[in-house]
Write a protein that binds this ligand. Structure first.
Ligand code: ATP
Ligand code: MG
Length: 308
Protein backbone atom coordinates (compact mmCIF):
# COMPACT_ATOMS: atom_id res chain seq x y z
CA UNK A 1 0.00 0.00 0.00
CA UNK A 2 1.44 3.42 -0.93
CA UNK A 3 0.33 7.06 -0.63
CA UNK A 4 -1.70 6.86 -3.80
CA UNK A 5 -3.74 3.90 -2.56
CA UNK A 6 -6.70 4.72 -0.32
CA UNK A 7 -8.10 1.22 0.10
CA UNK A 8 -6.33 -2.12 0.05
CA UNK A 9 -8.54 -5.13 0.67
CA UNK A 10 -7.31 -8.71 0.80
CA UNK A 11 -9.50 -11.78 0.97
CA UNK A 12 -12.14 -9.98 3.02
CA UNK A 13 -14.81 -12.42 4.14
CA UNK A 14 -17.99 -12.18 6.20
CA UNK A 15 -20.05 -15.16 7.29
CA UNK A 16 -23.35 -14.96 9.09
CA UNK A 17 -23.56 -18.45 10.58
CA UNK A 18 -23.11 -20.85 7.67
CA UNK A 19 -24.04 -18.19 5.10
CA UNK A 20 -21.14 -16.50 3.30
CA UNK A 21 -22.23 -12.91 2.56
CA UNK A 22 -18.79 -11.71 1.36
CA UNK A 23 -16.45 -14.35 0.01
CA UNK A 24 -12.71 -13.55 0.09
CA UNK A 25 -12.85 -10.39 -2.02
CA UNK A 26 -9.71 -8.39 -2.84
CA UNK A 27 -9.40 -4.97 -4.47
CA UNK A 28 -7.59 -1.62 -4.31
CA UNK A 29 -8.98 1.90 -4.63
CA UNK A 30 -6.61 4.69 -5.68
CA UNK A 31 -6.63 8.09 -3.95
CA UNK A 32 -9.05 10.55 -5.55
CA UNK A 33 -10.83 7.83 -7.48
CA UNK A 34 -14.60 7.31 -7.74
CA UNK A 35 -14.94 3.56 -7.31
CA UNK A 36 -18.36 2.09 -7.99
CA UNK A 37 -19.59 -1.11 -6.39
CA UNK A 38 -22.45 -2.71 -8.30
CA UNK A 39 -24.43 -5.86 -7.64
CA UNK A 40 -27.95 -7.17 -7.25
CA UNK A 41 -29.84 -7.00 -3.96
CA UNK A 42 -28.21 -9.13 -1.30
CA UNK A 43 -24.91 -9.53 -3.16
CA UNK A 44 -22.78 -8.20 -0.28
CA UNK A 45 -22.20 -4.50 -1.04
CA UNK A 46 -23.39 -3.01 2.25
CA UNK A 47 -21.75 -5.79 4.25
CA UNK A 48 -18.42 -4.97 2.57
CA UNK A 49 -18.78 -1.24 3.20
CA UNK A 50 -19.70 -1.83 6.83
CA UNK A 51 -16.52 -3.87 7.30
CA UNK A 52 -14.41 -1.17 5.63
CA UNK A 53 -15.89 1.53 7.87
CA UNK A 54 -15.13 -0.48 11.01
CA UNK A 55 -18.74 -1.04 12.05
CA UNK A 56 -18.81 -4.77 11.28
CA UNK A 57 -16.05 -7.21 12.14
CA UNK A 58 -14.82 -9.36 9.24
CA UNK A 59 -14.73 -13.13 9.66
CA UNK A 60 -11.33 -13.14 7.95
CA UNK A 61 -9.17 -11.10 5.61
CA UNK A 62 -7.79 -7.60 5.97
CA UNK A 63 -8.66 -4.04 4.97
CA UNK A 64 -6.31 -1.04 5.06
CA UNK A 65 -7.99 2.34 4.71
CA UNK A 66 -5.82 5.45 4.21
CA UNK A 67 -2.84 3.50 5.52
CA UNK A 68 -4.54 2.20 8.67
CA UNK A 69 -5.57 -1.37 9.30
CA UNK A 70 -9.28 -1.23 10.14
CA UNK A 71 -9.19 -4.09 12.65
CA UNK A 72 -6.17 -2.75 14.56
CA UNK A 73 -6.87 0.95 14.27
CA UNK A 74 -10.62 1.53 13.77
CA UNK A 75 -10.62 4.95 15.46
CA UNK A 76 -7.90 6.34 13.17
CA UNK A 77 -9.96 5.17 10.19
CA UNK A 78 -13.25 6.59 11.50
CA UNK A 79 -11.70 10.05 12.00
CA UNK A 80 -10.61 10.20 8.36
CA UNK A 81 -13.62 8.77 6.56
CA UNK A 82 -17.25 9.70 6.04
CA UNK A 83 -19.95 7.02 5.82
CA UNK A 84 -23.40 7.63 4.38
CA UNK A 85 -25.14 4.39 5.18
CA UNK A 86 -27.89 2.85 3.08
CA UNK A 87 -31.14 4.59 3.97
CA UNK A 88 -29.23 6.77 6.44
CA UNK A 89 -31.66 8.26 8.88
CA UNK A 90 -32.32 11.86 9.73
CA UNK A 91 -34.44 13.18 12.55
CA UNK A 92 -37.75 14.41 11.16
CA UNK A 93 -38.12 17.05 13.85
CA UNK A 94 -34.63 18.58 13.59
CA UNK A 95 -33.89 21.31 11.07
CA UNK A 96 -31.11 21.18 8.48
CA UNK A 97 -28.97 23.43 10.68
CA UNK A 98 -29.65 21.41 13.84
CA UNK A 99 -28.52 18.25 12.08
CA UNK A 100 -25.28 19.82 10.99
CA UNK A 101 -24.62 21.30 14.44
CA UNK A 102 -25.18 17.90 16.00
CA UNK A 103 -22.70 16.21 13.64
CA UNK A 104 -20.21 19.05 14.03
CA UNK A 105 -20.38 18.47 17.78
CA UNK A 106 -19.61 14.78 17.33
CA UNK A 107 -16.45 15.78 15.50
CA UNK A 108 -15.45 18.21 18.23
CA UNK A 109 -16.13 21.40 16.27
CA UNK A 110 -17.49 24.46 17.98
CA UNK A 111 -17.80 28.23 17.73
CA UNK A 112 -16.81 30.02 14.57
CA UNK A 113 -15.15 27.03 12.94
CA UNK A 114 -18.39 25.06 13.32
CA UNK A 115 -20.57 27.82 11.83
CA UNK A 116 -18.18 28.44 8.94
CA UNK A 117 -18.01 24.76 8.05
CA UNK A 118 -21.79 24.44 8.23
CA UNK A 119 -22.35 27.52 6.04
CA UNK A 120 -19.90 26.30 3.47
CA UNK A 121 -21.45 22.83 3.20
CA UNK A 122 -25.01 24.09 3.26
CA UNK A 123 -24.13 26.25 0.29
CA UNK A 124 -22.21 23.54 -1.52
CA UNK A 125 -25.07 21.03 -1.39
CA UNK A 126 -27.69 23.67 -2.25
CA UNK A 127 -29.47 23.84 1.12
CA UNK A 128 -28.85 27.54 1.91
CA UNK A 129 -32.51 28.42 1.47
CA UNK A 130 -33.62 25.52 3.65
CA UNK A 131 -31.41 25.90 6.72
CA UNK A 132 -34.37 26.33 9.05
CA UNK A 133 -36.52 23.65 7.45
CA UNK A 134 -37.35 20.47 9.37
CA UNK A 135 -35.66 17.44 7.81
CA UNK A 136 -38.99 15.58 7.84
CA UNK A 137 -40.47 18.12 5.42
CA UNK A 138 -37.56 18.12 2.93
CA UNK A 139 -38.13 16.56 -0.51
CA UNK A 140 -36.28 13.21 -0.92
CA UNK A 141 -33.40 14.61 -2.98
CA UNK A 142 -32.71 17.32 -0.39
CA UNK A 143 -32.76 14.78 2.43
CA UNK A 144 -29.95 12.93 0.65
CA UNK A 145 -28.02 16.19 0.26
CA UNK A 146 -28.36 16.84 3.98
CA UNK A 147 -27.13 13.32 4.77
CA UNK A 148 -24.17 13.95 2.45
CA UNK A 149 -23.36 17.26 4.12
CA UNK A 150 -23.39 15.52 7.54
CA UNK A 151 -20.98 12.92 6.10
CA UNK A 152 -18.60 15.59 4.81
CA UNK A 153 -18.57 18.09 7.65
CA UNK A 154 -15.25 16.91 9.11
CA UNK A 155 -13.53 17.03 5.69
CA UNK A 156 -12.87 13.30 5.39
CA UNK A 157 -10.20 12.11 2.95
CA UNK A 158 -12.45 9.28 1.85
CA UNK A 159 -16.21 8.78 1.76
CA UNK A 160 -18.33 5.65 1.53
CA UNK A 161 -21.74 6.28 -0.02
CA UNK A 162 -24.13 3.34 0.14
CA UNK A 163 -26.93 3.92 -2.40
CA UNK A 164 -26.87 7.69 -1.86
CA UNK A 165 -29.37 8.36 -4.66
CA UNK A 166 -31.89 5.56 -4.09
CA UNK A 167 -35.40 6.83 -4.80
CA UNK A 168 -34.20 10.26 -5.96
CA UNK A 169 -35.54 11.88 -9.16
CA UNK A 170 -33.24 12.08 -12.23
CA UNK A 171 -32.51 15.81 -11.99
CA UNK A 172 -31.62 15.61 -8.30
CA UNK A 173 -29.51 12.53 -9.00
CA UNK A 174 -27.54 14.43 -11.61
CA UNK A 175 -27.00 17.34 -9.23
CA UNK A 176 -25.94 14.94 -6.50
CA UNK A 177 -23.39 13.39 -8.86
CA UNK A 178 -22.05 16.83 -9.77
CA UNK A 179 -21.18 17.23 -6.08
CA UNK A 180 -19.55 13.77 -5.92
CA UNK A 181 -17.46 14.41 -9.04
CA UNK A 182 -16.42 17.81 -7.64
CA UNK A 183 -15.27 16.20 -4.39
CA UNK A 184 -13.22 13.61 -6.25
CA UNK A 185 -11.65 16.36 -8.38
CA UNK A 186 -10.50 17.95 -5.14
CA UNK A 187 -8.85 14.67 -4.08
CA UNK A 188 -11.52 12.95 -1.98
CA UNK A 189 -11.65 9.20 -2.59
CA UNK A 190 -15.20 7.92 -3.13
CA UNK A 191 -16.56 4.39 -2.85
CA UNK A 192 -20.17 4.36 -3.95
CA UNK A 193 -22.89 1.78 -4.54
CA UNK A 194 -25.83 2.28 -6.85
CA UNK A 195 -28.47 0.34 -8.74
CA UNK A 196 -28.63 3.07 -11.40
CA UNK A 197 -26.26 1.97 -14.12
CA UNK A 198 -26.28 5.38 -15.83
CA UNK A 199 -24.61 6.71 -12.66
CA UNK A 200 -21.94 4.02 -12.85
CA UNK A 201 -20.62 5.76 -15.97
CA UNK A 202 -19.34 8.55 -13.68
CA UNK A 203 -17.05 6.10 -11.86
CA UNK A 204 -13.35 5.85 -12.74
CA UNK A 205 -13.45 2.14 -11.96
CA UNK A 206 -16.13 -0.35 -11.04
CA UNK A 207 -16.46 -3.76 -9.49
CA UNK A 208 -19.47 -6.00 -9.91
CA UNK A 209 -20.24 -8.31 -7.00
CA UNK A 210 -22.53 -11.33 -7.11
CA UNK A 211 -23.17 -13.81 -4.29
CA UNK A 212 -20.34 -12.23 -2.31
CA UNK A 213 -17.76 -12.62 -5.10
CA UNK A 214 -16.34 -9.96 -7.40
CA UNK A 215 -17.24 -11.22 -10.88
CA UNK A 216 -15.87 -8.32 -12.98
CA UNK A 217 -13.89 -5.13 -12.43
CA UNK A 218 -12.27 -2.36 -14.41
CA UNK A 219 -13.04 1.01 -15.97
CA UNK A 220 -16.47 1.34 -17.60
CA UNK A 221 -14.71 1.06 -20.99
CA UNK A 222 -12.80 -2.07 -19.97
CA UNK A 223 -15.97 -3.71 -18.70
CA UNK A 224 -17.74 -3.06 -22.00
CA UNK A 225 -14.99 -4.97 -23.79
CA UNK A 226 -15.01 -8.06 -21.56
CA UNK A 227 -14.76 -11.17 -23.73
CA UNK A 228 -17.65 -12.93 -21.99
CA UNK A 229 -20.08 -10.29 -23.31
CA UNK A 230 -19.44 -11.45 -26.89
CA UNK A 231 -20.94 -9.31 -29.64
CA UNK A 232 -23.71 -6.89 -28.70
CA UNK A 233 -26.08 -5.87 -31.46
CA UNK A 234 -28.88 -3.37 -31.64
CA UNK A 235 -32.16 -4.08 -33.38
CA UNK A 236 -34.43 -1.16 -34.25
CA UNK A 237 -38.08 -2.05 -34.66
CA UNK A 238 -41.56 -0.57 -34.31
CA UNK A 239 -42.39 -3.74 -32.34
CA UNK A 240 -39.42 -4.25 -29.98
CA UNK A 241 -41.48 -6.41 -27.62
CA UNK A 242 -42.50 -8.71 -30.48
CA UNK A 243 -38.87 -8.96 -31.60
CA UNK A 244 -37.74 -9.67 -28.04
CA UNK A 245 -40.28 -12.53 -27.77
CA UNK A 246 -39.09 -13.97 -31.07
CA UNK A 247 -35.34 -13.82 -30.47
CA UNK A 248 -34.69 -14.29 -26.76
CA UNK A 249 -35.03 -18.08 -26.87
CA UNK A 250 -33.02 -18.63 -30.07
CA UNK A 251 -30.19 -21.06 -29.27
CA UNK A 252 -27.42 -18.68 -30.37
CA UNK A 253 -28.80 -15.70 -28.42
CA UNK A 254 -27.07 -15.29 -25.06
CA UNK A 255 -29.36 -12.60 -23.79
CA UNK A 256 -31.71 -9.88 -25.00
CA UNK A 257 -33.34 -6.87 -23.42
CA UNK A 258 -35.05 -3.60 -24.23
CA UNK A 259 -32.68 -0.65 -24.22
CA UNK A 260 -34.39 2.72 -24.64
CA UNK A 261 -36.46 2.44 -27.79
CA UNK A 262 -34.30 -0.33 -29.25
CA UNK A 263 -33.43 -3.91 -28.42
CA UNK A 264 -29.95 -5.12 -27.39
CA UNK A 265 -29.13 -8.72 -28.22
CA UNK A 266 -26.00 -10.49 -26.96
CA UNK A 267 -24.45 -12.97 -29.42
CA UNK A 268 -21.40 -15.18 -29.09
CA UNK A 269 -19.63 -13.48 -32.01
CA UNK A 270 -20.13 -11.50 -35.19
CA UNK A 271 -20.90 -14.61 -37.28
CA UNK A 272 -24.22 -14.88 -35.43
CA UNK A 273 -25.44 -11.52 -36.77
CA UNK A 274 -26.41 -13.17 -40.09
CA UNK A 275 -28.31 -15.89 -38.25
CA UNK A 276 -30.15 -13.30 -36.19
CA UNK A 277 -31.13 -11.31 -39.30
CA UNK A 278 -32.30 -14.51 -40.99
CA UNK A 279 -34.46 -15.33 -37.96
CA UNK A 280 -35.97 -11.83 -37.99
CA UNK A 281 -36.81 -12.18 -41.70
CA UNK A 282 -38.28 -15.62 -41.14
CA UNK A 283 -40.62 -14.30 -38.44
CA UNK A 284 -41.57 -11.45 -40.76
CA UNK A 285 -40.93 -8.92 -38.00
CA UNK A 286 -40.79 -5.17 -38.69
CA UNK A 287 -37.11 -4.83 -37.82
CA UNK A 288 -34.08 -3.20 -39.37
CA UNK A 289 -30.97 -5.36 -39.78
CA UNK A 290 -29.07 -5.90 -36.53
CA UNK A 291 -25.87 -3.89 -36.17
CA UNK A 292 -23.04 -4.16 -33.64
CA UNK A 293 -23.00 -1.59 -30.81
CA UNK A 294 -20.87 -0.97 -27.75
CA UNK A 295 -22.59 -2.72 -24.82
CA UNK A 296 -24.10 -0.53 -22.13
CA UNK A 297 -23.15 -1.10 -18.49
CA UNK A 298 -26.61 -2.63 -18.13
CA UNK A 299 -25.63 -5.20 -20.79
CA UNK A 300 -22.39 -5.90 -18.93
CA UNK A 301 -24.25 -6.29 -15.66
CA UNK A 302 -26.74 -8.76 -17.20
CA UNK A 303 -23.88 -10.73 -18.76
CA UNK A 304 -21.76 -11.12 -15.63
CA UNK A 305 -24.45 -11.24 -12.96
CA UNK A 306 -26.57 -14.11 -14.18
CA UNK A 307 -28.53 -16.38 -11.88
CA UNK A 308 -27.14 -19.89 -12.37
N1 ATP B 1 -26.65 -9.23 10.19
C1 ATP B 1 -26.94 -10.14 9.27
N2 ATP B 1 -27.29 -11.39 9.59
C2 ATP B 1 -27.56 -12.34 8.66
N3 ATP B 1 -27.49 -12.11 7.33
C3 ATP B 1 -27.16 -10.87 6.93
C4 ATP B 1 -26.86 -9.83 7.87
N4 ATP B 1 -26.54 -8.70 7.17
C5 ATP B 1 -26.65 -9.03 5.87
N5 ATP B 1 -27.01 -10.32 5.73
C6 ATP B 1 -27.20 -11.04 4.45
O1 ATP B 1 -26.02 -10.91 3.69
C7 ATP B 1 -26.33 -10.78 2.31
C8 ATP B 1 -25.70 -9.52 1.77
O2 ATP B 1 -26.38 -8.39 2.30
P1 ATP B 1 -25.99 -6.91 1.92
O3 ATP B 1 -26.85 -6.02 2.74
O4 ATP B 1 -24.52 -6.75 2.04
O5 ATP B 1 -26.41 -6.85 0.39
P2 ATP B 1 -26.40 -5.61 -0.61
O6 ATP B 1 -25.57 -6.01 -1.77
O7 ATP B 1 -26.04 -4.38 0.12
O8 ATP B 1 -27.93 -5.57 -1.08
P3 ATP B 1 -28.89 -4.31 -1.43
O9 ATP B 1 -28.60 -3.97 -2.87
O10 ATP B 1 -30.27 -4.88 -1.28
O11 ATP B 1 -28.60 -3.21 -0.48
C9 ATP B 1 -27.85 -10.80 2.21
O12 ATP B 1 -28.25 -12.10 1.87
C10 ATP B 1 -28.30 -10.41 3.60
O13 ATP B 1 -29.55 -10.96 3.88
MG1 MG C 1 -27.01 -2.65 0.52
Amino acid sequence: MNATTSVHVEKLTKRFGAFVAVDAISFDIAAGEIWGFLGPNGSGKSTTIRMLCGVLEPTSGTADILGFNVARNPEAVKLRIGYMSQGSTLWADLTVQEHLRFYAGLYGMSGREREERISSWVQRVGLSERREQLAGTLPGGYRKRLALACTLLHAPQMIFLDEPTAGVDPVSRREFWDIIVGLADEGTTVMVTTHYLDEAEHCNRLAMIYNGTIVASGTPEELKHLPQIGTMVEVLSSDTVGVLDAVEHLPFVRGAGLYGSSLHVALADTSDIERLNAALAEHDLPAEAARPVLPSLEDVFSAVVQPQ
